[in-house]
Design a protein around this ligand. Structure first.
Ligand SMILES: [Zn+2]
Length: 256
């Protein structure tokens, strides 16, 4: 069982990193978390065949997290995939994503494989396969956008996740809004924490790391500016912590 970082970049397109995404690989099931712009190319880059992905989990609807979805599905068609593909998204976003695919001329009859939407509710456990499941929790990342939705038709579901792999908890912050979002799963023992760094300070991240006490912290969603800050981090940490805090990079594999 392993986690493979497919992309570790921020929302800013970069030649050095693809947008934030990772693949959880278990013997039974391979779950791709987020499919931002360029995801198909990022997977190719990491030698992950499109067939390998059994399901996709979408954290929220910012383009660096979901907009590569139709293109990825087309790539799956082009390699003549047959196995059905699961898409896990918040229940309030299923219709939009279905339409997004439909209006991209993606029709199941033409694809040759089934797309199975699996809407989830926050705070409820979603079981994916034996030993793999997750709980989503609402964070405040999209809160400041609510005032602009004059028509009142948008979903502001934005998730942090506790992903359970064979009894181990992986806390994925997703994109957050403020410091308190880092504690959405604080009642759980966390083995691995995967945190973004774009919307919080290094000090806040370290503070949460010390309070949540994961065995390892992987920092992702890095802009080039963040990268400079994070590279200096290891000099500031006591040696016991230095081994536990890792700046993720595209292609990094973490054994679970
Ligand atoms: Zn983002």
């Amino acid at each position: 069982m392993e986690i493979k970082f497919i992309g570790t970049g921020s929302g800013k397109t970069s030649l050095k990193r693809y947008h934030s995404s990772f693949l959880i690989n278990t013997e039974m099931y391979n779950l791709l978390v987020d499919t931002g712009d360029g995801i198909s190319r990022a997977l190719l880059h990491q030698k992950v065949t499109f067939d390998l992905v059994n399901g996709i989990l979408i954290s929220h609807l910012h383009p660096d997290h979901y907009s590569g979805l139709p293109s990825l599905i087309i790539q799956m068609k082009l390699i003549e995939r047959q196995e059905s593909l699961d898409i896990f998204c918040h229940s309030s976003q299923t219709d939009f994503l279905r339409n997004f695919l439909y209006e991209s001329y993606i029709f199941e009859e033409k694809l040759g494989f089934k797309i199975s939407f699996k809407p989830f509710e926050q705070k409820e456990t979603t079981d994916i396969s034996a030993g793999l499941g997750f709980i989503a929790n609402q964070n405040s990342h999209l809160k400041h956008n609510e005032q602009f939705d004059k028509s009142g038709r948008l979903s502001f579901a934005c998730n942090s996740f506790l992903i359970r792999v064979k009894g181990k908890n992986i806390f994925f912050t997703g994109d957050i809004g403020d410091f308190s979002d880092l504690f959405l799963f604080e009642e759980h023992k966390i083995a691995i924490m995967i945190s973004e760094i774009t919307h919080l300070s290094i000090e806040e991240l370290l503070d949460s790391f010390r309070r949540l006490k994961p065995e390892k912290l992987f920092i992702t969603h890095l802009s080039e500016e963040d990268e400079v800050l994070v590279s200096k981090l290891s000099y500031q940490l006591p040696s016991a912590e230095r081994q536990k805090v890792v700046a993720a990079f595209d292609g990094l594999i973490v054994k679970i």
